[in-house]
Design a protein around this ligand. Structure first.
Ligand code: DC
Length: 222
């Protein structure tokens, strides 16, 4: 039997940083499901398709194939129709589009089996919005990782400034709140804490403190 750890939570809570760190420490495969939704969003952006046009998005889904691979350092690479799109999916507009198109059932259906298959064949640490509630309802451990919108905006702001990008803290917080609203209010697989998930609020915790807390929970059930 494989172990699976589900980490869900809102945008900017630090899921991927923490998940990567934990996966390395315990030797699990890290599956970033947000990257898969971002790859699909990139497809629609490139095609100039309006993400709110449900019929157009649904009609394109059979033409979209997303796969994951891992490079020699173990870093996840996202493949969109045979092209490695990993360098292009982190832009803000891709994240915004991902949140819009992720609400469309055909988009979610295109990724669900791929995500479940990965958990069937390996010990995985999977992060996203609906992993504990929908993708892996029987995950060995479920964490709901959150932080206040002010703290999440500040972290994102610092990250962008480090990259030399010009941005406004106020606008980033507005975007984060809008993304939360969109991800939490959609009809299909909305972001919410699973009943059996452990709540971790990272607002006043360091990355290492969060990783240690999650690993301590994993040790208890292992
Ligand atoms: O975690 P992220 O910012 O890379 O995710 C981008 C968007 O993809 C997010 O706003 C909502 C969607 N998403 C989702 O609906 N379900 C997931 N399991 C992961 C991401």
């Amino acid at each position: 039997m494989n172990y699976s750890i589900a980490i869900d939570g809102p945008a900017g809570a630090g899921k991927s940083t923490i998940a990567k760190l934990i996966a390395r420490r315990i030797g699990f495969i890290y599956v970033d499901t947000g990257a898969m939704y971002r790859a699909i969003a990139l497809y629609f952006l490139r095609k100039g398709i309006d993400g709110h046009d449900v019929a157009a998005v649904a009609a394109e889904c059979p033409n979209i194939h997303v796969a994951l691979s891992y490079d020699e350092e173990g870093k996840q690479q996202v493949i969109l129709n045979d092209e490695n799109v990993t360098p292009y999916i982190r832009a803000e507009e891709v994240g915004r589009m991902a949140s819009v198109t992720a609400a469309i059932p055909e988009v979610r259906a295109a990724l669900l089996e791929l995500q479940r298959d990965m958990a069937r064949t390996s010990d995985v640490l999977m992060d996203g919005r609906d992993i504990g509630t929908h993708v892996l309802p029987d995950a060995s451990l479920k964490i709901y990782l959150t932080a206040s919108s002010a703290v999440r905006a500040r972290r994102r702001y610092d990250e962008l400034r480090m990259k030399g990008e010009d941005c406004s803290l106020e606008q980033i917080e507005k975007d984060i709140i809008e993304r939360d609203r969109q991800d939490m209010s959609r009809e299909i697989a909305p972001l919410k804490q699973a009943e059996d998930a452990i709540l971790v609020d990272s607002s006043h915790m360091t990355i290492d403190e969060v990783a240690d807390a999650v690993i301590a929970e994993f040790e208890k059930i292992k």
